[in-house]
Structure formats: structure tokens, C-alpha cells
Design a protein around this ligand. Structure first.
Ligand SMILES: Cc1cc2nc3c(=O)[nH]c(=O)nc-3n(C[C@H](O)[C@H](O)[C@H](O)COP(=O)(O)OP(=O)(O)OC[C@H]3O[C@@H](n4cnc5c(N)ncnc54)[C@H](O)[C@@H]3O)c2cc1C
Length: 461
């Protein structure tokens, strides 16, 4: 951490909002006007809409993340977690990835810590479940699913095989529907290489407490997405929830019980709970309460946006809904970050703040190779697409929305290579314990048992 005479703009979180806001501020700032410091426990930003494709092996995991130090060369990037904020002293406490915590003074503050998986106290969930919020989970899920196929192919125990080949996904929004669509597609592809595993042997189950899936694309396309997944053999249980999953024994409220080694939890998100320690005004669901100018209510030097903020949706409010808030998605996060960056610069220079207003442009979702749904809003018209065309829209949109040309080119290259070389279906589960084999080879040999003399043998017997 550098000590500086210039004012410090502290950006807490280097995800969508943090990265784009920092870039905007650096672009608009005069030379030496301020120090921009970005703190994040990860040294990279994750493009979350590509996590399902990374789990399916359609994109290399490294290409889904953007190294912060590389794209923000003029910023100070610190790898650690902001644990508290002292507003009176204008000081943040940072817990670095290693070593003692320290205090970081700031003049202006941007809160961009995103969201975490929203969970419930369901017995077994913490031990058995895996989320879909980070690249680590996406790689873990891919290795795990392929490992289940390896297990099922090689065991003679029918119960082990059944459990390995049953995959349960809880939550049918964007993240859940896309992930089950992509993973089912990969497993179907991979099954071609296994002698004892066929697609029909696998059970894919999607559970949601709501009465529909994919609410983001509207009821008609959501219904199409459901029919499409069911056509591929996915069992979908709506208006029900998971009661427990102790040791992988899944019990649903509707009475269904299955044993499963794979329980993927994608039942929504909630604002980062660390916000509760920051002393900022919070909304009823734990978001930082911001004005339409993205300023935290009651402050003139703190801004917030993205999944951790409740930002008034001015378009919805103009249309007559006084309680409209911007939904937590990348579409808003990206645009809010740019307005936020401009407002930080204006705030620093004593100029007026801009309002954030954005009309929904629609949504696209991929459900596996060549399959998808898309709802594009043009003026007052909603264009609904499904199947291959929607999938091209999904890839085109997200491919271009991926930050930096370096990453865009890598993602398009992955897709192009996969067209000719087919998808990778190898499980590298052992990556999680890379030192195990070396340890076995290098660990000290046990002391050899002492050779007993004839006399000692006789005494012992
Ligand atoms: C699987 C999946 C698919 C999605 N698909 C779509 C889609 O198709 N379209 C769409 O519009 N949206 C999609 N989204 C939502 C979209 O990705 C999010 O809305 C967006 O990432 C929000 O940006 P953010 O900056 O608020 O949060 P994030 O991008 O999550 O960034 C938050 C950052 O804060 C950091 N952080 C956390 N705690 C601390 C701390 N204490 N100190 C410092 N830093 C901290 C985190 O490490 C992270 O880097 C998807 C999300 C998921 C999970």
C-alpha cells in the first residue's frame, strides 16, 4: 500500500462494478489528481455469465476472468478483504491474503462488493452443496461431474452408481437453468466415451420454489425453456423446495427422495453480508441504500452500485411503479459503474451528480450448445427468440460484453476451436490436491521393523 498526498478513491470490490468504475475514473482523471485503490480478495474480475459455459468446458476457465493488475495498470490493486469502514476517520480496515490487517485512509469510497449465494438452513446443504458464483466453483463442478461418470463407469455397486449419476440443481433462474443446460449437454457428450454410462442412466433434476423457471426472459420463453429441458430428459419440479440433503440423501417437499453426489445451489443471491459491518444505511434486504445518483443516502463521498446496492429504477418509477428497483444483473452493473465513475470525478471536483436511468434491453440465456432463449427489447417491442438463433444471440452478446479485447479474442478462439476439436471431457479433479502424489513419494519411509534374533523369537513365543 502506498502512502500518498493525493486524495485516495478506494474501490471496495473488483468485480463488474469495481473494475468498470475504476477504469472510468482512471480514464477521466487528470494526471496525479487522485490515487485509485482497488481492494478485492481475488486478483481478478470474474465474468459470471460465462460460469455455466466454463463448467461445461466450452470456455477455458482462465479466459472467464480478467486480471485486475493487468487491466488497471494505473491503479493500486490490493489483494485482500475490506472488513470494516470507519466513516468518522475515513479509514477502511483491510485484511490482506496474508499477514496482519491494516488501516487504509480514503477520501472517496466506492462500495462494489456484489452478492453471495442466498441460502437457507437446510440440513446437509452446507456440507453437500456447491454454488455457482465464482470460477473456482465452476471448475470444481466440472471436475466433480466428470469424476462421477468415471466412478459410475468403474463401480460394480449399483447404489454408488445411481448416486453418482443423479445430479440435483436447486434454483431455476438464469444461473440454475443455464448451468443445468450446459452441464447436461457436457455429460451427454462425455457419455459417448464411457462403456458403462449412457445418458439414459443419468438423472438431472431441477427444483424451484417458484412456479416457473427463467423469469428473466418472461413467462412464454420461460415455459419454452422448461419444455426444452424436459425434452432433454431433465426432471423439473416447480413450486417445491429441498427440505434436506444430509449425506447426499435429497428430500423434496413434494415427497421425492433421491440419493445424489451432486447438489448445485443456484437459488438466488443476497447482498454481501459484510456490508452489515460498514455502518452504511441498508435497505430491508441488506442492500446499501443509494440515491438515483448512486450516492449512498446521507453521504456525499460514498457511492455504491451493482448487486450490493438498492438503486431506484427511474424507468420503472416513471412507468408508475414507485417501488421499482434495478434488478441485480450485469446489464445494470456495467452501466451503473460508468455513471458512478463519472459521479466520483464530479464529486471530487465539486460538480453536480448525474442520475442513473436505464431501460431493460432484454435477456439472453444459453442452455447448452446451439440451444437458448433470448428476449430483446427494441423500443416498446419485445422480440422473442429460441433455439439456435437465440443461442447465437447469447454468444454474440456475451462474447462482446466480455471485458477487454484480450479476453474477447480468447473466448471466441475457444468457441472456434471447440467447433473443430470437440469439447474437452477430461476430469482434473486431482488438481484440488496437487501435492498428494508427491507427498506419497517424498514422505519419510517408516522405520523398518527390527529383525529379531532366534533368542528373541523364542522368548516372544
Ligand atoms: C452464474 C451466473 C450467471 C449470470 N448470468 C447473467 C446474465 O446472463 N446476464 C446478466 O445481466 N447478469 C448475469 N449474472 C449476474 C451478474 O454477473 C451480476 O449481476 C454482476 O456480476 C454484479 O456485479 P457486481 O460488481 O455488483 O458484483 P461482482 O461482479 O460479484 O463483484 C463483487 C466483487 O466484490 C469482491 N468482494 C467481496 N467481498 C469483498 C470484501 N469484503 N472486500 C473487497 N472485495 C470484496 C468479490 O470478490 C467480487 O470480485 C449472472 C450471475 C451468475 C452468478
Amino acid at each position: 500500500m502506498s502512502t500518498t498526498e493525493r486524495p485516495r478513491i478506494l474501490v471496495v470490490g473488483g468485480g463488474y462494478v469495481g473494475l468498470y468504475a475504476a477504469r472510468r475514473i482512471l480514464k477521466k482523471m487528470r494526471y496525479g489528481e487522485a490515487t485509485v485503490t482497488v481492494v478485492d480478495p481475488r486478483s481478478y474480475m470474474t465474468y459470471q455469465p460465462f460460469l455455466p459455459e466454463a463448467a461445461a468446458g466450452s470456455i477455458s476457465p482462465r479466459h472467464v476472468v480478467v486480471p485486475l493488475r493487468r487491466v488497471l495498470p494505473k491503479a493500486e490493486v490490493l489483494t485482500g478483504r475490506v472488513t470494516t469502514i470507519d466513516q468518522d476517520r475515513k479509514v477502511a480496515t483491510v485484511a490482506p491474503i496474508v499477514g496482519e490487517t491494516y488501516e487504509l485512509p480514503f477520501d472517496y469510497l466506492v462500495i462494489a462488493m456484489g452478492a453471495v449465494s442466498r441460502t437457507f438452513p437446510i440440513p446437509g446443504l452446507a456440507e453437500q452443496g456447491i454454488g455457482m458464483k465464482g470460477i473456482e466453483e465452476s471448475i470444481g463442478l466440472r471436475n466433480h461431474v466428470l469424476e462421477q461418470l468415471d466412478k459410475a463407469d468403474s463401480t460394480t455397486d449399483e447404489a454408488v452408481r445411481r448416486k453418482a449419476l443423479t445430479f440435483v440443481f436447486v434454483g431455476g433462474g438464469f444461473a440454475g437453468a443455464e448451468t443445468i443446460g450446459e452441464v447436461e449437454d457436457m455429460a451427454r457428450d462425455a457419455a459417448k466415451y464411457y462403456t458403462n454410462v449412457k445418458r439414459e442412466d443419468m438423472r438431472f433434476i431441477l427444483v424451484d420454489a417458484a412456479d416457473k423457471i427463467l423469469p428473466e426472459v418472461g413467462p412464454k420463453l420461460g415455459a419454452y425453456g422448461k419444455e426444452h429441458l424436459e425434452g432433454r430428459g431433465v426432471e423439473i419440479y416447480l413450486s417445491t423446495s429441498m427440505d434436506s440433503c444430509v449425506d447426499g440423501h435429497v428430500v423434496l417437499k413434494n415427497g421425492l427422495e433421491v440419493d445424489s453426489s451432486t447438489i448445485v445451489w443456484t437459488a438466488g443471491v443476497k447482498p454481501n453480508p459484510a456490508l452489515a459491518r460498514f455502518g452504511l444505511p441498508l435497505g430491508p434486504r441488506g442492500h446499501v441504500d443509494t440515491s438515483e445518483k448512486l450516492q449512498v443516502q446521507g453521504t456525499d463521498y460514498i457511492w455504491a452500485a451493482g448487486d450490493n446496492a438498492q438503486v431506484p429504477d427511474l424507468v420503472g418509477r416513471k412507468a408508475g411503479n414507485p417501488n421499482a428497483w434495478c434488478p441485480p444483473n450485469a446489464q445494470h452493473a456495467l452501466r451503473q459503474a460508468k455513471v458512478l465513475g463519472d459521479n466520483v470525478i464530479s464529486g471530487m471536483r465539486g460538480f453536480p451528480q448525474k442520475e442513473y436511468s436505464h431501460a431493460n434491453k432484454g435477456a439472453v440465456a444459453g442452455l447448452g450448445l446451439h440451444k437458448g432463449v433470448a428476449m430483446i427489447v427494441v423500443g416498446k417491442v419485445k422480440i422473442k427468440l429460441k433455439g439456435r438463433l437465440a443461442w447465437y444471440m447469447h454468444r454474440g452478446y456475451h462474447g462482446m460484453a466480455m471485458p477487454t479485447w484480450n479476453r474477447k479474442i480468447r473466448v471466441f478462439a475457444d468457441w472456434t476451436l471447440a467447433m473443430f476439436l470437440k469439447r474437452e471431457v477430461v476430469s482434473l479433479g486431482a488438481m484440488e490436491t496437487p501435492r498428494e502424489e508427491f507427498y506419497e513419494a517424498a514422505k519419510p519411509a517408516p522405520a523398518p521393523a527390527a529383525v529379531k534374533t532366534e533368542g528373541e523369537k523364542a522368548r516372544a513365543s
